[in-house]
Design a protein around this ligand. Structure first.
Ligand code: NAD
Ligand code: MG
Length: 396
């Protein structure tokens, strides 16, 4: 007979100060906090004050700021707390090296790639919010997970929904997955209206509260483009098995269609804590204070086909999947540079897709990646080419 309490699960949260990171700490608190979990590492970037507060409140062992400039202020904010402090790229790798049973990968963008891969290789279960890992590194990332022996738990709401309704024993009978998309703030806007939208209107997502970059990617549907590529790798699908349908209420988070004509869907309030809680408690379901759906009040759910003329990102995702190789890394790298330029007012909203497509065409000759160096090289070539094109002012 065993009487001792089981050891708490050790969690690390990469990107704890972001939207997903804060929701993760909230879920951890709801599921027993320090009674059930030990926080190994928290990482942030410039928001040192929040990171220090989170680290103290959760009893984290190590706090890492991705920015060396903020090392001293993080150190002084945590002095006397006994919490270790690190910074920069080496600090993120130290974070990945620390013992953890479960890692939330919620750093935004390509910056999340190296630490998430390292944590996967160490064998932690990876709760994956950072879709860029799969978009850029695809099969190489999956290989790291296999080699480490941990589980890959999708957190992106669409992929988490598919994960919830995909019957493992019936994988051979999966005909298609249907990713839902809210359509964002410009679902009904004309091309002319979309030509001069601002960051403020683009960031105002109708249903989800998210970080700045993913909010703008949702408005351009680049987020859905990344999610198509993410789904291809996660669920081993051919490009033609991945469909996108606009569903403005964001109640159905995604669906799986089977060979008998059945379609299974996962529904819920648009609250990322459901997906995070499922990834944390898998295969059990946690008890969480998420708003319950009231179908009588909802009354209806709407669907429309997406318009690939106003939202060319969807077409670019198909192009990247068909071309294969490092085109996912190229699409993502070019898009990140174009997105940053849009945020800084140097590029128009619609030109983000023009730049990305030109870079994809210019780098279509790159060979498939033999290792991660090839992925990072494709990413940096895409960034450089995107910057050159913007300097040439060929599009705007
Ligand atoms: P966010 O901008 O709110 O937070 C990003 C986090 O990454 C912060 O902790 C920030 O400090 C950190 N960070 C920023 N730049 C960094 C750098 N250069 N190096 C290391 N860390 C850095 O973003 P978010 O909305 O929480 O999204 C995080 C990830 O999850 C993204 O990949 C996003 O696509 C994905 N995701 C988010 C949502 C959502 O609802 N927010 C849903 C699905 C997927
Ligand atoms: Mg999503």
């Amino acid at each position: 007979m065993t009487t001792g309490k089981t050891a708490p699960r050790r969690l690390s949260i990469f990107g704890s100060t972001g939207s997903i990171g804060r929701n993760t700490l909230n879920v951890v608190e709801h599921l027993g906090g320090r009674d059930n979990f030990e926080i190994s590492v928290l990482t942030g970037n410039g928001n040192v004050e929040l990171l220090a507060r989170q680290a103290k409140a959760s009893g984290a062992r190590l706090a890492v700021t991705a920015s060396d400039r903020h090392y001293e202020s993080l150190k002084s904010a945590l002095s006397g707390s006994g919490i270790a402090v690190a910074s920069g790229k080496s600090g993120l790798m130290e974070a990945a090296d620390r013992e953890a049973d479960w890692v939330m990968a919620a750093i935004v963008g390509t910056a999340g790639l190296a630490p998430t891969l390292a944590a996967a290789r160490r064998g932690a279960d990876i709760a994956l919010a950072n879709k860029e890992c799969l978009v850029s590194a695809g099969d190489l990332f999956l290989k790291s997970i296999r080699e480490g022996g941990g589980k890959l738990l999708p957190v992106d709401s669409e992929h988490n929904a598919i994960f919830q309704v995909l019957e493992e024993s019936q994988r051979h009978a999966v005909e298609r997955v249907i990713l839902t998309a809210s359509g964002g703030p410009f679902r009904t806007a004309s091309l002319k209206e979309m030509a001069d939208v601002t960051v403020e209107t683009a960031r105002a997502h109708p249903n989800w509260s998210m970080g700045l970059k993913i909010s703008i990617d949702s408005a351009s549907m680049f987020n859905k483009a990344l999610e198509m590529i993410e789904a291809r790798h996660l669920f081993g699908l051919a490009p033609e098995q991945i469909e996108v349908i606009l569903h403005p209420q964001s109640i159905i988070h995604s669906m799986v269609g089977y060979t008998d004509g059945s379609v299974l869907a996962q529904l819920g309030a648009p609250d990322m804590r459901t997906a995070i809680g499922y990834a944390l408690s898998f295969p059990r379901r946690p008890n969480l204070p998420i708003e319950r759906l009231d179908f009588a009040r909802l009354a209806r759910l709407d669907f429309e086909a997406p318009d690939e003329v106003r939202f060319p990102a969807l077409r670019l995702a198909r192009l990247a999947m068909t071309r294969g190789g490092v085109q996912g890394a190229v699409l993502n790298g070019a898009k990140e540079v174009a997105l940053q330029a849009f945020i800084e007012g140097r590029l128009s909203f619609l030109a983000m897709a023009d730049i990305t497509e030109r870079v994809m065409d210019d780098l279509a000759h790159l060979p498939p990646a033999a290792g991660m160096d090839d992925v990072f090289s494709a990413d940096s070539q895409a960034r450089q080419r995107a910057s050159e094109l913007m300097k040439l002012d060929l599009v705007g």
